[in-house]
Write a protein of this length. Sequence first.
Length: 112
Amino acid sequence: MRFQHLRLSLDKSTTVRSFTAVAALAGMLLVSTPSLASSEIVTDTAPPAPHVEREPPHRDGYAWAPGYWEWNGRFYHWSSGTWIGERQGHWVADHWDQVGSQWHYVKGHWER
């Protein structure tokens, strides 16, 4: 049986050229995409009342971050509380502030 050796030229391969183009485009998008952390979330829809969550017993080295309502652009979704690594100061929980007829999301953060 005779085997023919296929020569694959990486320079001319359609698959390699396509992959290179997609990788380059993805790299450009990642570099040029603004950070979501700096964008403000504002809605005209008031958040529902918070769920009642029972805070778990204290854990050394951790602080409890209670749950909050997340806005996805169409409706609210409850995000349950979680443990976070303790730092100096106190934890200000994620919440919504009403400004006029709009609601502004305030991300949870540490304050001294």
